[in-house]
Design a protein around this ligand. Sequence first.
Ligand code: FAD
Length: 464
Amino acid sequence: MDYDVLILGGGIIGCAAAYELSKYNLNIAVIEKDYDIADDISLVNTAIVFDGSETKDDLMSKLEHIGNSMLFDITKKFNVPFKRVGSLKIVQDEEGVKILEDMYNRAKKRGIENIYLIDDKAVYDIEPHLKINVKKALYSGNTAVICPYDLAIAYAEVAFDNGVIFRLEEIVQDIQKITKGFKVTTNKNKFTCRVVINTIPGDNYTIDLSRSTIKNDHNRIQYLLLDEKFKCRLSNVVMKVKGEDNLINQVPTLSGGTLIGINTNKSLGFKELLEEASNLIPEVTKDDVNSIFYDNYSKDLMFIDDSNSTKGYIKVTGKHYAEITIAPSLGKMLCETVVSNLSSTLKKNFIDKRRDFYRFRDMTKEQRNEAISLDKRYGKIICLCNKVSEGEIVDAIRRPLGARTVEGVKRRTGATFGNCHGAYCISKIIDILAREMDKKPTEIVGDSKNSKVLASRIKEFNDM
Ligand SMILES: Cc1cc2nc3c(=O)[nH]c(=O)nc-3n(C[C@H](O)[C@H](O)[C@H](O)COP(=O)(O)OP(=O)(O)OC[C@H]3O[C@@H](n4cnc5c(N)ncnc54)[C@H](O)[C@@H]3O)c2cc1C
Protein backbone atom coordinates (compact mmCIF):
# COMPACT_ATOMS: atom_id res chain seq x y z
CA MET A 1 0.00 0.00 0.00
CA ASP A 2 1.27 3.52 -0.80
CA TYR A 3 -0.31 5.05 2.31
CA ASP A 4 -2.11 3.99 5.47
CA VAL A 5 -4.45 6.99 5.27
CA LEU A 6 -5.31 9.29 2.37
CA ILE A 7 -7.15 12.49 3.30
CA LEU A 8 -8.91 13.96 0.29
CA GLY A 9 -9.34 17.75 0.43
CA GLY A 10 -6.99 20.11 2.27
CA GLY A 11 -9.66 22.40 3.73
CA ILE A 12 -10.03 23.09 7.45
CA ILE A 13 -11.56 19.65 8.16
CA GLY A 14 -8.87 17.81 6.15
CA CYS A 15 -6.09 19.76 7.88
CA ALA A 16 -7.56 19.17 11.37
CA ALA A 17 -7.82 15.42 10.66
CA ALA A 18 -4.22 15.40 9.32
CA TYR A 19 -2.96 17.07 12.51
CA GLU A 20 -4.76 14.60 14.82
CA LEU A 21 -3.61 11.57 12.79
CA SER A 22 0.00 12.82 12.63
CA LYS A 23 0.25 11.93 16.35
CA TYR A 24 0.23 8.23 15.33
CA ASN A 25 2.64 5.90 13.56
CA LEU A 26 0.86 6.15 10.22
CA ASN A 27 1.91 6.94 6.68
CA ILE A 28 -0.47 9.78 5.69
CA ALA A 29 -1.00 12.07 2.68
CA VAL A 30 -3.43 14.93 2.02
CA ILE A 31 -4.52 15.49 -1.61
CA GLU A 32 -5.63 19.02 -2.43
CA LYS A 33 -6.52 20.36 -5.88
CA ASP A 34 -5.51 23.99 -5.23
CA TYR A 35 -2.13 25.73 -5.01
CA ASP A 36 -2.59 26.23 -1.28
CA ILE A 37 -4.34 24.51 1.58
CA ALA A 38 -7.64 25.86 2.93
CA ASP A 39 -8.09 28.08 -0.12
CA ASP A 40 -11.90 27.84 0.11
CA ILE A 41 -12.22 29.47 3.51
CA SER A 42 -14.22 32.65 3.21
CA LEU A 43 -11.87 35.62 2.75
CA VAL A 44 -12.53 37.41 6.05
CA ASN A 45 -9.92 37.26 8.78
CA THR A 46 -12.56 36.64 11.44
CA ALA A 47 -14.98 33.72 11.85
CA ILE A 48 -17.47 33.17 14.67
CA VAL A 49 -16.81 30.29 17.06
CA PHE A 50 -20.33 29.07 17.92
CA ASP A 51 -21.19 27.21 21.14
CA GLY A 52 -23.85 24.73 19.96
CA SER A 53 -26.84 26.61 21.37
CA GLU A 54 -28.21 27.88 18.04
CA THR A 55 -28.57 24.61 16.10
CA LYS A 56 -31.52 22.19 16.38
CA ASP A 57 -29.28 19.23 15.47
CA ASP A 58 -27.85 17.42 18.51
CA LEU A 59 -24.71 16.06 16.78
CA MET A 60 -23.77 19.45 15.30
CA SER A 61 -24.42 21.05 18.68
CA LYS A 62 -22.11 18.58 20.39
CA LEU A 63 -19.38 19.05 17.76
CA GLU A 64 -19.67 22.85 18.06
CA HIS A 65 -19.64 22.79 21.85
CA ILE A 66 -16.58 20.51 22.09
CA GLY A 67 -14.87 22.40 19.22
CA ASN A 68 -15.48 25.70 21.02
CA SER A 69 -13.70 24.55 24.18
CA MET A 70 -10.87 22.78 22.27
CA LEU A 71 -10.13 25.94 20.28
CA PHE A 72 -9.17 27.85 23.41
CA ASP A 73 -6.15 25.55 24.01
CA ILE A 74 -5.30 24.94 20.35
CA THR A 75 -5.14 28.63 19.46
CA LYS A 76 -2.93 29.33 22.48
CA LYS A 77 -0.59 26.46 21.57
CA PHE A 78 -0.33 27.47 17.89
CA ASN A 79 -0.41 31.26 18.36
CA VAL A 80 -3.61 31.68 16.32
CA PRO A 81 -5.65 34.89 16.93
CA PHE A 82 -8.71 34.00 19.07
CA LYS A 83 -10.88 36.12 21.36
CA ARG A 84 -13.88 35.22 23.51
CA VAL A 85 -16.13 38.22 22.79
CA GLY A 86 -19.59 36.89 23.77
CA SER A 87 -22.74 37.11 21.65
CA LEU A 88 -26.23 38.59 21.80
CA LYS A 89 -29.09 37.18 19.75
CA ILE A 90 -31.67 39.93 19.84
CA VAL A 91 -35.40 39.89 19.00
CA GLN A 92 -37.96 42.68 18.76
CA ASP A 93 -41.33 40.89 19.05
CA GLU A 94 -43.17 38.14 20.95
CA GLU A 95 -42.66 35.60 18.16
CA GLY A 96 -38.91 36.16 18.50
CA VAL A 97 -39.06 35.77 22.29
CA LYS A 98 -40.62 32.31 21.82
CA ILE A 99 -37.75 31.28 19.50
CA LEU A 100 -35.13 32.48 21.99
CA GLU A 101 -36.90 30.63 24.85
CA ASP A 102 -36.80 27.40 22.81
CA MET A 103 -33.11 27.96 22.08
CA TYR A 104 -32.36 28.67 25.74
CA ASN A 105 -34.24 25.55 26.95
CA ARG A 106 -32.48 23.42 24.36
CA ALA A 107 -29.08 24.78 25.44
CA LYS A 108 -29.83 24.06 29.11
CA LYS A 109 -30.98 20.53 28.29
CA ARG A 110 -27.70 19.97 26.42
CA GLY A 111 -25.74 21.16 29.45
CA ILE A 112 -24.36 24.31 27.77
CA GLU A 113 -23.32 26.73 30.52
CA ASN A 114 -22.84 30.50 30.44
CA ILE A 115 -26.06 31.19 28.48
CA TYR A 116 -28.69 33.67 29.74
CA LEU A 117 -32.06 34.90 28.56
CA ILE A 118 -31.98 38.63 29.34
CA ASP A 119 -34.30 41.64 29.09
CA ASP A 120 -33.70 44.94 27.26
CA LYS A 121 -32.08 46.70 30.24
CA ALA A 122 -29.43 44.00 30.64
CA VAL A 123 -28.82 44.11 26.86
CA TYR A 124 -28.00 47.83 26.95
CA ASP A 125 -25.75 47.27 30.00
CA ILE A 126 -23.74 44.70 28.00
CA GLU A 127 -23.81 46.71 24.76
CA PRO A 128 -24.20 50.44 25.58
CA HIS A 129 -23.67 51.37 21.90
CA LEU A 130 -26.71 49.36 20.73
CA LYS A 131 -29.34 51.91 19.70
CA ILE A 132 -32.29 49.82 18.43
CA ASN A 133 -35.32 48.53 20.33
CA VAL A 134 -34.87 45.11 21.88
CA LYS A 135 -37.51 42.95 23.53
CA LYS A 136 -35.26 40.13 24.73
CA ALA A 137 -31.87 38.62 23.98
CA LEU A 138 -30.01 35.37 24.41
CA TYR A 139 -26.55 36.14 25.75
CA SER A 140 -23.72 33.61 25.43
CA GLY A 141 -20.37 34.18 27.09
CA ASN A 142 -18.94 31.25 25.10
CA THR A 143 -18.98 32.79 21.63
CA ALA A 144 -15.55 33.71 20.28
CA VAL A 145 -13.90 35.00 17.12
CA ILE A 146 -10.95 33.34 15.40
CA CYS A 147 -8.71 33.82 12.35
CA PRO A 148 -9.91 30.80 10.29
CA TYR A 149 -7.11 30.38 7.77
CA ASP A 150 -4.42 30.86 10.40
CA LEU A 151 -5.99 27.89 12.21
CA ALA A 152 -5.99 25.75 9.04
CA ILE A 153 -2.40 26.73 8.20
CA ALA A 154 -1.25 25.98 11.77
CA TYR A 155 -2.86 22.51 11.67
CA ALA A 156 -1.22 21.80 8.30
CA GLU A 157 2.23 23.09 9.33
CA VAL A 158 2.34 20.90 12.45
CA ALA A 159 1.03 17.87 10.51
CA PHE A 160 3.72 18.49 7.85
CA ASP A 161 6.47 18.73 10.49
CA ASN A 162 5.25 15.37 11.82
CA GLY A 163 5.57 13.60 8.49
CA VAL A 164 2.24 14.14 6.68
CA ILE A 165 2.75 14.58 2.92
CA PHE A 166 0.72 17.35 1.26
CA ARG A 167 0.11 16.71 -2.45
CA LEU A 168 -1.03 20.11 -3.74
CA GLU A 169 -2.37 20.82 -7.26
CA GLU A 170 -3.58 17.23 -7.54
CA ILE A 171 -7.25 16.61 -8.39
CA VAL A 172 -9.02 13.49 -7.12
CA GLN A 173 -10.85 11.90 -10.04
CA ASP A 174 -12.02 8.59 -8.60
CA ILE A 175 -12.05 6.36 -5.51
CA GLN A 176 -12.50 2.60 -5.88
CA LYS A 177 -12.61 -0.30 -3.42
CA ILE A 178 -9.87 -2.89 -3.99
CA THR A 179 -9.25 -6.17 -2.12
CA LYS A 180 -7.40 -4.82 0.91
CA GLY A 181 -8.14 -1.12 0.75
CA PHE A 182 -8.76 1.59 -1.84
CA LYS A 183 -7.43 2.96 -5.08
CA VAL A 184 -7.51 6.74 -5.42
CA THR A 185 -6.99 8.09 -8.94
CA THR A 186 -5.88 11.69 -9.40
CA ASN A 187 -5.00 13.70 -12.52
CA LYS A 188 -1.34 12.84 -11.83
CA ASN A 189 -1.15 9.49 -9.97
CA LYS A 190 -2.85 6.33 -8.80
CA PHE A 191 -2.48 5.58 -5.08
CA THR A 192 -3.46 2.63 -2.92
CA CYS A 193 -4.26 3.04 0.78
CA ARG A 194 -5.90 1.28 3.71
CA VAL A 195 -8.20 4.15 4.75
CA VAL A 196 -9.76 7.11 2.91
CA ILE A 197 -11.11 10.20 4.65
CA ASN A 198 -13.00 12.06 1.94
CA THR A 199 -13.72 15.72 2.83
CA ILE A 200 -14.38 16.87 -0.75
CA PRO A 201 -17.80 18.54 -0.61
CA GLY A 202 -20.45 17.23 -2.94
CA ASP A 203 -18.55 15.12 -5.49
CA ASN A 204 -19.48 11.47 -6.00
CA TYR A 205 -17.01 8.78 -7.08
CA THR A 206 -17.33 5.10 -8.05
CA ILE A 207 -17.36 4.14 -4.38
CA ASP A 208 -20.25 6.55 -3.60
CA LEU A 209 -22.66 5.42 -6.29
CA SER A 210 -25.01 3.56 -3.99
CA ARG A 211 -25.15 6.44 -1.50
CA SER A 212 -27.68 9.21 -1.21
CA THR A 213 -26.44 12.70 -2.02
CA ILE A 214 -26.86 15.72 0.22
CA LYS A 215 -28.46 18.78 -1.33
CA ASN A 216 -26.71 22.03 -0.45
CA ASP A 217 -29.10 24.90 0.01
CA HIS A 218 -27.17 28.16 -0.39
CA ASN A 219 -28.20 31.55 0.93
CA ARG A 220 -26.42 34.65 -0.20
CA ILE A 221 -24.72 36.69 2.52
CA GLN A 222 -23.50 40.17 1.71
CA TYR A 223 -20.88 41.84 3.87
CA LEU A 224 -19.93 45.40 4.73
CA LEU A 225 -16.51 45.73 6.34
CA LEU A 226 -16.39 48.92 8.40
CA ASP A 227 -13.27 50.91 9.08
CA GLU A 228 -11.37 50.48 12.36
CA LYS A 229 -12.18 54.13 13.12
CA PHE A 230 -15.95 53.45 13.25
CA LYS A 231 -16.84 54.72 16.72
CA CYS A 232 -20.09 52.83 17.42
CA ARG A 233 -18.49 49.37 17.18
CA LEU A 234 -20.31 46.73 19.25
CA SER A 235 -17.98 44.57 21.31
CA ASN A 236 -20.09 41.36 21.18
CA VAL A 237 -21.14 39.37 18.15
CA VAL A 238 -24.70 40.71 17.76
CA MET A 239 -27.30 38.88 15.66
CA LYS A 240 -30.74 40.19 14.87
CA VAL A 241 -32.98 37.12 14.69
CA LYS A 242 -36.18 36.74 12.68
CA GLY A 243 -37.85 33.33 12.60
CA GLU A 244 -35.12 30.70 12.63
CA ASP A 245 -32.68 32.91 10.69
CA ASN A 246 -30.16 35.57 11.59
CA LEU A 247 -31.13 38.55 9.46
CA ILE A 248 -28.09 40.69 10.24
CA ASN A 249 -24.88 39.89 12.13
CA GLN A 250 -22.29 42.31 13.40
CA VAL A 251 -18.94 40.77 14.24
CA PRO A 252 -16.06 42.65 15.91
CA THR A 253 -13.08 41.58 13.78
CA LEU A 254 -9.74 40.56 15.25
CA SER A 255 -8.02 43.49 13.56
CA GLY A 256 -10.29 46.10 15.20
CA GLY A 257 -12.82 46.55 12.38
CA THR A 258 -16.50 45.66 12.20
CA LEU A 259 -18.06 43.15 9.85
CA ILE A 260 -21.76 43.39 9.09
CA GLY A 261 -23.26 40.32 7.38
CA ILE A 262 -26.69 40.63 5.75
CA ASN A 263 -28.54 37.41 4.90
CA THR A 264 -30.56 37.88 1.77
CA ASN A 265 -31.68 36.04 -1.32
CA LYS A 266 -31.57 39.26 -3.33
CA SER A 267 -28.52 41.01 -4.73
CA LEU A 268 -28.58 44.35 -2.92
CA GLY A 269 -26.87 47.55 -4.06
CA PHE A 270 -24.69 49.65 -1.77
CA LYS A 271 -27.55 51.99 -0.72
CA GLU A 272 -29.85 49.06 0.09
CA LEU A 273 -27.10 47.31 2.06
CA LEU A 274 -26.54 50.45 4.13
CA GLU A 275 -30.28 50.64 4.82
CA GLU A 276 -30.32 47.00 5.95
CA ALA A 277 -27.24 47.51 8.13
CA SER A 278 -28.83 50.55 9.78
CA ASN A 279 -31.61 48.23 11.07
CA LEU A 280 -28.96 46.94 13.49
CA ILE A 281 -26.51 49.85 13.69
CA PRO A 282 -28.34 53.11 12.81
CA GLU A 283 -25.11 55.18 12.99
CA VAL A 284 -23.45 53.50 10.01
CA THR A 285 -22.80 55.79 7.01
CA LYS A 286 -21.23 55.23 3.60
CA ASP A 287 -17.97 56.85 4.81
CA ASP A 288 -17.52 54.09 7.41
CA VAL A 289 -17.47 51.30 4.80
CA ASN A 290 -14.05 49.97 3.88
CA SER A 291 -15.16 47.18 1.51
CA ILE A 292 -18.17 45.18 0.30
CA PHE A 293 -18.26 41.54 -0.75
CA TYR A 294 -20.57 38.54 -0.78
CA ASP A 295 -20.39 34.80 -0.29
CA ASN A 296 -22.70 31.79 -0.32
CA TYR A 297 -23.78 30.69 3.10
CA SER A 298 -24.83 27.09 3.82
CA LYS A 299 -27.38 26.26 6.45
CA ASP A 300 -27.44 22.53 5.80
CA LEU A 301 -26.11 19.84 8.03
CA MET A 302 -22.86 18.05 7.45
CA PHE A 303 -23.28 14.43 6.56
CA ILE A 304 -20.65 12.30 8.29
CA ASP A 305 -20.88 8.79 6.89
CA ASP A 306 -18.66 6.39 8.77
CA SER A 307 -20.99 3.42 8.25
CA ASN A 308 -18.26 1.93 6.09
CA SER A 309 -15.52 2.88 8.55
CA THR A 310 -14.63 -0.69 9.46
CA LYS A 311 -13.96 -1.21 5.79
CA GLY A 312 -11.98 2.02 5.76
CA TYR A 313 -14.02 4.66 3.89
CA ILE A 314 -15.23 7.75 5.79
CA LYS A 315 -17.04 10.51 3.96
CA VAL A 316 -17.69 14.03 5.25
CA THR A 317 -20.06 15.77 2.85
CA GLY A 318 -22.04 18.98 2.85
CA LYS A 319 -21.23 22.52 3.90
CA HIS A 320 -22.08 24.14 7.18
CA TYR A 321 -21.99 27.67 8.59
CA ALA A 322 -19.92 26.49 11.58
CA GLU A 323 -17.29 24.30 9.94
CA ILE A 324 -14.42 26.24 11.51
CA THR A 325 -15.95 25.71 14.96
CA ILE A 326 -16.42 21.96 14.51
CA ALA A 327 -13.04 21.33 12.82
CA PRO A 328 -11.16 20.38 16.06
CA SER A 329 -13.86 18.02 17.36
CA LEU A 330 -14.60 16.49 13.96
CA GLY A 331 -10.85 16.07 13.28
CA LYS A 332 -10.49 14.24 16.59
CA MET A 333 -13.55 12.09 15.95
CA LEU A 334 -12.28 11.07 12.49
CA CYS A 335 -8.87 10.30 13.98
CA GLU A 336 -10.31 8.11 16.76
CA THR A 337 -12.32 6.08 14.23
CA VAL A 338 -9.26 5.48 12.01
CA VAL A 339 -6.89 4.75 14.89
CA SER A 340 -9.21 2.17 16.43
CA ASN A 341 -9.77 0.45 13.04
CA LEU A 342 -6.04 0.30 12.23
CA SER A 343 -4.97 -0.35 15.87
CA SER A 344 -2.36 2.41 15.49
CA THR A 345 0.11 3.40 18.18
CA LEU A 346 1.15 6.89 19.29
CA LYS A 347 4.41 8.33 17.93
CA LYS A 348 7.11 8.79 20.56
CA ASN A 349 8.68 11.76 18.77
CA PHE A 350 5.52 13.76 17.93
CA ILE A 351 6.25 17.53 18.03
CA ASP A 352 3.12 19.38 19.15
CA LYS A 353 4.48 22.82 18.30
CA ARG A 354 4.23 25.25 15.43
CA ARG A 355 7.53 26.75 14.26
CA ASP A 356 8.00 30.23 15.77
CA PHE A 357 7.22 33.36 13.75
CA TYR A 358 7.07 37.10 14.36
CA ARG A 359 3.88 39.16 14.08
CA PHE A 360 5.46 42.62 13.87
CA ARG A 361 2.26 44.60 14.59
CA ASP A 362 1.69 42.80 17.90
CA MET A 363 5.28 43.23 19.16
CA THR A 364 6.72 45.75 21.63
CA LYS A 365 9.43 48.18 20.56
CA GLU A 366 12.06 46.06 22.34
CA GLN A 367 10.87 42.85 20.66
CA ARG A 368 10.90 44.60 17.26
CA ASN A 369 14.45 45.85 17.77
CA GLU A 370 15.55 42.36 18.77
CA ALA A 371 13.99 40.85 15.63
CA ILE A 372 15.62 43.55 13.44
CA SER A 373 19.02 42.86 15.02
CA LEU A 374 18.65 39.20 13.95
CA ASP A 375 17.40 40.00 10.43
CA LYS A 376 17.18 43.54 9.13
CA ARG A 377 14.28 42.62 6.81
CA TYR A 378 12.05 42.82 9.92
CA GLY A 379 12.81 46.55 9.90
CA LYS A 380 11.43 47.09 6.40
CA ILE A 381 7.66 47.60 6.41
CA ILE A 382 5.96 46.40 3.23
CA CYS A 383 2.26 46.78 4.19
CA LEU A 384 1.96 50.17 5.89
CA CYS A 385 -1.74 49.74 6.81
CA ASN A 386 -1.24 46.49 8.73
CA LYS A 387 2.43 46.97 9.60
CA VAL A 388 3.66 43.79 7.89
CA SER A 389 7.44 43.61 7.49
CA GLU A 390 9.50 42.06 4.68
CA GLY A 391 10.87 39.53 7.20
CA GLU A 392 7.34 38.20 7.86
CA ILE A 393 6.62 37.84 4.13
CA VAL A 394 9.90 35.99 3.50
CA ASP A 395 9.16 33.70 6.45
CA ALA A 396 5.59 33.05 5.15
CA ILE A 397 7.11 31.92 1.83
CA ARG A 398 9.92 29.82 3.33
CA ARG A 399 7.90 28.07 6.05
CA PRO A 400 6.68 24.48 5.62
CA LEU A 401 3.84 24.55 3.07
CA GLY A 402 4.82 28.19 2.47
CA ALA A 403 2.94 30.75 0.39
CA ARG A 404 3.53 30.56 -3.37
CA THR A 405 0.82 33.02 -4.41
CA VAL A 406 -0.15 36.60 -3.57
CA GLU A 407 -3.26 35.22 -1.84
CA GLY A 408 -1.07 32.85 0.22
CA VAL A 409 1.05 35.78 1.45
CA LYS A 410 -2.08 37.84 2.23
CA ARG A 411 -3.67 35.08 4.30
CA ARG A 412 -0.49 34.22 6.20
CA THR A 413 0.61 37.77 7.03
CA GLY A 414 -2.46 40.03 6.82
CA ALA A 415 -0.73 42.22 4.21
CA THR A 416 -3.12 44.13 1.86
CA PHE A 417 -6.06 43.75 4.26
CA GLY A 418 -5.79 47.40 5.30
CA ASN A 419 -7.51 50.53 4.02
CA CYS A 420 -5.49 50.79 0.79
CA HIS A 421 -6.44 47.20 -0.23
CA GLY A 422 -2.89 46.56 -1.41
CA ALA A 423 -2.51 49.65 -3.62
CA TYR A 424 0.80 50.41 -1.89
CA CYS A 425 2.20 46.95 -1.20
CA ILE A 426 0.98 44.47 -3.80
CA SER A 427 3.81 45.17 -6.28
CA LYS A 428 6.36 44.78 -3.45
CA ILE A 429 4.80 41.43 -2.47
CA ILE A 430 5.04 40.26 -6.10
CA ASP A 431 8.72 41.25 -6.20
CA ILE A 432 9.46 39.35 -2.96
CA LEU A 433 7.60 36.25 -4.20
CA ALA A 434 9.49 36.38 -7.51
CA ARG A 435 12.86 36.80 -5.78
CA GLU A 436 12.23 33.98 -3.25
CA MET A 437 10.89 31.55 -5.86
CA ASP A 438 13.44 32.51 -8.52
CA LYS A 439 10.72 33.49 -10.98
CA LYS A 440 9.90 36.57 -13.04
CA PRO A 441 7.33 38.97 -11.50
CA THR A 442 5.10 38.31 -14.52
CA GLU A 443 4.98 34.60 -13.53
CA ILE A 444 3.55 35.26 -10.05
CA VAL A 445 -0.10 34.23 -9.65
CA GLY A 446 -2.96 35.54 -7.51
CA ASP A 447 -4.24 32.22 -6.17
CA SER A 448 -4.43 29.66 -8.97
CA LYS A 449 -2.62 28.54 -12.09
CA ASN A 450 -4.30 30.96 -14.47
CA SER A 451 -4.49 34.00 -12.23
CA LYS A 452 -1.37 35.96 -13.20
CA VAL A 453 -1.34 39.34 -11.49
CA LEU A 454 0.84 41.21 -14.00
CA ALA A 455 -0.17 40.88 -17.64
CA SER A 456 3.24 41.81 -19.13
CA ARG A 457 6.30 44.01 -18.75
CA ILE A 458 6.09 47.68 -19.63
CA LYS A 459 8.96 48.36 -22.02
CA GLU A 460 10.31 51.38 -20.16
CA PHE A 461 10.94 49.55 -16.89
CA ASN A 462 13.74 47.28 -17.99
CA ASP A 463 14.99 46.47 -14.48
CA MET A 464 11.61 45.43 -13.06
C1 FAD B 1 -19.79 33.13 4.08
C2 FAD B 1 -19.27 32.10 5.04
C3 FAD B 1 -19.12 32.42 6.36
C4 FAD B 1 -18.66 31.46 7.27
N1 FAD B 1 -18.55 31.81 8.56
C5 FAD B 1 -18.18 30.88 9.47
C6 FAD B 1 -18.13 31.23 10.85
O1 FAD B 1 -18.39 32.37 11.22
N2 FAD B 1 -17.79 30.25 11.73
C7 FAD B 1 -17.51 28.97 11.35
O2 FAD B 1 -17.25 28.13 12.23
N3 FAD B 1 -17.52 28.62 10.03
C8 FAD B 1 -17.85 29.54 9.10
N4 FAD B 1 -17.91 29.21 7.77
C9 FAD B 1 -17.58 27.84 7.35
C10 FAD B 1 -16.20 27.65 6.83
O3 FAD B 1 -15.43 28.79 6.56
C11 FAD B 1 -16.17 26.80 5.59
O4 FAD B 1 -17.35 26.14 5.39
C12 FAD B 1 -15.03 25.84 5.72
O5 FAD B 1 -13.82 26.52 5.54
C13 FAD B 1 -15.10 24.69 4.76
O6 FAD B 1 -14.12 23.76 5.22
P1 FAD B 1 -13.92 22.30 4.64
O7 FAD B 1 -12.56 21.90 4.95
O8 FAD B 1 -14.94 21.34 5.05
O9 FAD B 1 -14.30 22.39 3.19
P2 FAD B 1 -13.51 23.01 2.08
O10 FAD B 1 -12.74 24.17 2.53
O11 FAD B 1 -14.50 23.17 1.00
O12 FAD B 1 -12.45 21.80 1.82
C14 FAD B 1 -12.53 20.95 0.82
C15 FAD B 1 -11.22 21.01 0.07
O13 FAD B 1 -11.28 20.03 -0.93
C16 FAD B 1 -10.64 20.54 -2.06
N5 FAD B 1 -11.15 19.82 -3.21
C17 FAD B 1 -12.37 19.93 -3.80
N6 FAD B 1 -12.47 19.06 -4.84
C18 FAD B 1 -11.29 18.39 -4.89
C19 FAD B 1 -10.78 17.36 -5.73
N7 FAD B 1 -11.51 16.82 -6.71
N8 FAD B 1 -9.53 16.91 -5.51
C20 FAD B 1 -8.76 17.40 -4.49
N9 FAD B 1 -9.20 18.37 -3.67
C21 FAD B 1 -10.44 18.86 -3.87
C22 FAD B 1 -11.01 22.01 -2.08
O14 FAD B 1 -10.09 22.76 -2.84
C23 FAD B 1 -10.97 22.35 -0.60
O15 FAD B 1 -9.74 22.86 -0.18
C24 FAD B 1 -18.34 30.15 6.83
C25 FAD B 1 -18.45 29.84 5.48
C26 FAD B 1 -18.91 30.80 4.58
C27 FAD B 1 -19.03 30.44 3.15
